[in-house]
Design a protein around this ligand. Sequence first.
Ligand SMILES: [Zn+2]
Length: 124
Amino acid sequence: MRGSRSKDTKPELLVRGLLRELGVGYRLHRKDLPGKPDIAFIGRKKAIFVHGCFWHQHGDPQCRIVRRPDSNNSFWNRKFEANLKRDETNLASLFACGWDVLVLWECELANTDNVKPRLRDFLS
Ligand SMILES: [Zn+2]
């Protein structure tokens, strides 16, 4: 089974490609930061999480990817709750250390024209 924190997912690779287009350097999966952000900019104290809509149960009603599994509900609900709690804790820890955090959702990456300006704003 795929882990919720698998590395080098397609959405992540997409974001990295956009960052290269913007010409900014980044670090990946820094273990010394809360939640091991998918992408981190150490000098700027900024981090990006690229969330899979299913694993992180994207709450946006517009989201076309997120769904609840059909079977074994209690197992999945526990798993999703743990994921969400971990996400919250990680964000809170990063904020507490003075970091800026941008969360990008898998479904938002369908339109990179929207994502690129957001990345540029976040990093400026
Ligand atoms: Zn989504």
